[in-house]
Design a protein around this ligand. Structure first.
Ligand SMILES: NC(=O)c1ccc[n+]([C@@H]2O[C@H](COP(=O)([O-])OP(=O)(O)OC[C@H]3O[C@@H](n4cnc5c(N)ncnc54)[C@H](OP(=O)(O)O)[C@@H]3O)[C@@H](O)[C@H]2O)c1
Length: 337
């Protein structure tokens, strides 16, 4: 078989979201065929996928994420190449596909197969298994993208404290585990006091409450508390973090859980030379993407990875996504296909 269409009759299980009535969405597992998948020069048999907040939005009819239904979400997938029209990949190779349009308007990883442009695929780096790549997934890749920025900015383990906000979340907990493994001194901010002990066990030097990052004094600058930060929250949290960052420090923001708006004066930038960097993991250019996955495999892969996940089947995914929307999840959920 050497044409893509030769594989069209292969069938597999997928999670499919359809619109029942306007604004009402229904989720069910369905047997699909490869012929129903979108075009692409790489056909991958998916071994593992993982849950992300974007999947919860896609599965609940969020048109900013997914325009057309029926649709199979899943922005992360890892598996084995079954057919390739690209000289860059051969049958049997293990690959990771995260981000780009996967699971948004392209049939995603909550399925036995995906067909995608080969330009989206990363060869599984040495030092990672397919399963580990999905425990890390987009959230770990996002955390690692921020650490990649810190390293590029000259931040080393002895440089000073690194703040991570939303530390119990998927991105935050990966960032904490990756940073502590590499000897950085981490301050974790969390709204869940019951998780303080486990954060301290991960090697965090201090846990602060969520509201410690909600300064309303109106001051342009606050006392210095860290040299670098990964903020997943946005809004007043990001404003407080920027105003508390040391001279020539760096703040990476990836999220807007509190607010998409940022109210801050230019003082952190023009008086302390603080740098604010946005993280846009889905569209990371391939050369940089490869460097970040290599960094993950060689240095950042958390020592505690084995304790950081739960495995679910396709039929349990919708329930887990619902809990995610309600803010009741913690820890990584991966899907065995
Ligand atoms: N830009 C990118 O490339 C990229 C990639 C992945 C994710 N993201 C975004 O990054 C953000 C975090 O993603 P995630 O997957 O880590 O989400 P998550 O697993 O839902 O975790 C978010 C964490 O934020 C904290 N939190 C929840 N509600 C809050 C509130 N009202 N105010 C302040 N903190 C609150 C909680 O941590 P504590 O209880 O510990 O405070 C929660 O665990 C999201 O906005 C997501 O869309 C962006």
């Amino acid at each position: 078989m050497n044409r893509m269409s030769d594989f069209n009759k292969i069938t597999f299980e997928s999670l499919e979201i359809s619109e029942q009535k306007e604004g009402q969405y229904f989720s069910a597992t369905r047997i699909k065929s490869v012929g129903e998948l979108p075009g692409g020069d790489l056909l991958v048999k998916v071994a593992w996928s993982g849950l992300n907040y974007k999947d919860a939005l896609s599965a609940s009819g969020h048109r900013g994420i997914t325009r057309r239904y029926p649709h199979t979400p899943g922005i992360d997938a890892a598996g084995t190449v079954v057919a390739s029209l690209s000289p860059a990949f051969v049958k049997g190779e293990e690959v990771i596909v995260t981000g780009y349009d996967l699971g948004m308007n392209t049939s995603g990883g909550f399925a036995g197969y995906i067909r995608v442009p080969s330009a989206w695929a990363v060869k599984l780096p040495a030092g990672l298994s397919l399963k580990e790549s999905m425990i890390i997934g987009t959230s770990g890749f996002t955390a690692a993208s921020a650490i990649f920025e810190f390293i590029g900015h000259g931040i080393e383990p002895g440089s000073g404290n690194i703040l991570v906000s939303g530390a119990s979340g998927a991105v935050g907990s990966m960032a904490v585990a990756m940073l502590t493994k590499n000897g950085y001194s981490v301050i974790a901010s969390s709204g869940k006091p019951e998780l303080s002990e486990s954060l301290l066990r991960l090697g965090v030097s201090e846990v602060i409450g969520r509201y410690a990052l909600n300064d309303k004094s109106g001051k342009g600058l606050l006392p210095v508390r860290w040299i670098a930060a990964l903020d997943t929250i946005g809004g007043p949290t990001l404003s407080t973090i920027l105003r508390s960052t040391a001279e020539r420090g760096i703040v990476c923001n990836c999220g807007m859980i509190a607010s998409a708006m940022l109210e801050v004066s230019v003082f952190p930038f023009i008086l302390r030379g603080v740098r604010l960097v946005g993280i846009a993991s889905a569209d990371t250019a391939m050369a940089r993407r490869l460097e970040i996955w290599k960094l993950i495999a060689e240095k950042l892969k958390p020592a505690s990875l084995e304790n950081m996940y739960r495995i679910v089947g396709l039929d349990e995914v919708q329930h887990e996504l619902d809990l995610m929307l309600e803010g009741k999840q913690h820890g990584k959920i991966i899907v065995l296909l």
